[in-house]
Design a protein around this ligand. Structure first.
Ligand SMILES: [Zn+2]
Length: 114
């Protein structure tokens, strides 16, 4: 499953960050999921709960924030948050010369550690 590999690399990053900060354990893991990342938050949560056992995240809580798709226009340089499913046109100038500048990925935002 997609979410399992995401969680194992997420936990790896957490371990590394904890090590770099001399932290014994991680309390909260804050992640951001883009609307179009294809990551299912429920599966992510259950994969996290399964894989965290034995790691520095064992008692950590996973905090998931959803991010809407953000579209950047190459014609007028507008950056817009998109509501709905029209990712192909700039809402400002109607140009189709646009790209998705946010919303395709999952990011580790920050950790609370001790
Ligand atoms: Zn535009």
């Amino acid at each position: 499953m997609h979410e399992f590999s995401i969680v194992s690399s997420l936990l790896e990053s957490c371990e590394e960050i904890a090590k770099g900060n001399d932290a014994d354990r991680i309390l909260v893991v804050y992640v951001e999921i883009g609307e179009r990342s294809g990551v299912n938050p429920e599966l992510l949560q259950s994969a996290f709960d399964t894989f965290k056992i034995g790691s520095k995240c064992e008692r950590a809580e996973l905090n998931i924030a959803f991010k809407k798709v953000e579209l950047t226009c190459r014609s007028c340089e507008a950056v817009n948050e998109i509501n709905g499913v029209n990712y192909t046109k700039c809402p400002k100038c109607q140009s189709e010369n646009v790209f998705i500048s946010r919303g395709n990925e999952m990011l580790l935002l920050r950790l609370e550690m001790e």
